[in-house]
Design a protein around this ligand. Sequence first.
Ligand SMILES: C[S@@+](CC[C@H](N)C(=O)[O-])C[C@H]1O[C@@H](n2cnc3c(N)ncnc32)[C@H](O)[C@@H]1O
Length: 165
Amino acid sequence: MSDHQSRLDLFIDRMVSQRACLDFAIAQTAHMTGPVFELGLGNGRTYHHMVRHIQGRPIYVFERAVASHPDSTPPEDLVILGDVRNTLPASVARFGASASLIHADLGGHNREKNDKFARFVSPLIEPLLAPGGMMVSSDRMYFDGMSELPLPQGAVEGRCFVYQR
Ligand SMILES: C[S@@+](CC[C@H](N)C(=O)[O-])C[C@H]1O[C@@H](n2cnc3c(N)ncnc32)[C@H](O)[C@@H]1O
């Protein structure tokens, strides 16, 4: 965090970056038919954005407890309820390497904890992505076989990360 930035500045940077990176990754994967995964529903703002802008691909939501805005609550059959540390490995048997896009916003306020968690879940996420599939994350991820892409216009360095398999 740079010294001159307030928490409000950081929050705005994160929101602007999420939208820019999601829009970029949605467009880049629009030709793909594999499912989209939203990891961490929260209030459902990014889920709502994805529903608005993604056509023809099911959007599955991984969340331990659904508590979203009523307008942003996914249908039950598209919710994969539980801790992602368990539901991601279980999903490999169900989906294989088929996801066209995975978005993760699982972190809280503690940067160290977020980084530790990102290190843990990176190898659980990687086998779910189809070749050419993309991952957008609020935290830096630690992948073996994926490339980190330059951020699209409008995104702020360090506030969002984009990877491609
Ligand atoms: C920051 S919020 C997501 C906000 C969302 N992107 C939005 O736009 O409203 C993070 C969410 O991830 C969920 N989450 C965090 N760790 C998780 C875990 N290990 N397994 C499943 N869900 C988790 C939390 O319950 C929370 O709802």
